[in-house]
Design a protein around this ligand. Structure first.
Ligand SMILES: [Zn+2]
Length: 152
């Protein structure tokens, strides 16, 4: 076989192979889909059978310990489901509550101006007397301004 014949043969094989792989992929994908559909139907019928067995067990028409066990487990799961759905409904209805805002600083209410107004008597400035020199000074003074004695 010549060199070129070999190349040609490889190309032909490549095309055949690509075609084969494409057709295989198509075929397996279709079969996979059909198998999945049949499996889904089996599951559906099993669920129906289970429902029927549950009803017959509850109606007392069949008596089977294992079916009774399954029916009891289903009842428990259903009551858990009801409680969970109630909890979910509660959680969904919760609303954000704003934290209490600090009291806004309101302006002081306008002072009512009295019609007749007696001014309060002037309060005498609070003073104190230096114990050393007798100097009168403001009560807030720490030292006597006259003699320097500590008075605060
Ligand atoms: Zn003094």
């Amino acid at each position: 076989m010549s060199f070129f014949d070999q190349i040609g043969r490889q190309i032909t094989q490549g095309v055949d192979r690509a075609k084969f792989e494409a057709e295989k992929f198509q075929r397996t994908t279709r079969l996979q889909g059909e198998a999945n559909e049949l499996r889904r139907q089996v599951d559906g019928k099993l669920a129906e059978l289970g429902q029927r067995a549950y009803e017959l067990q509850r109606a007392g028409q069949i008596s089977s310990a294992s079916i009774n066990e399954l029916a009891t487990a289903i009842d428990q799961l259903r009551s858990s489901l009801v409680a969970k759905e109630e909890e979910l409904k509660q959680a969904q209805s919760e609303v954000f509550v704003e934290p209490p805002a600090p009291e806004p600083t309101r302006p002081a209410p306008a002072q009512q101006v009295p019609i007749s107004y007696d001014p309060p008597p002037p309060t005498p400035p609070s003073t104190k007397i230096c114990g050393v020199c007798g100097f009168q000074m403001p009560a807030s003074a720490m030292f006597c301004p006259n003699c320097g004695t500590r008075v605060g």
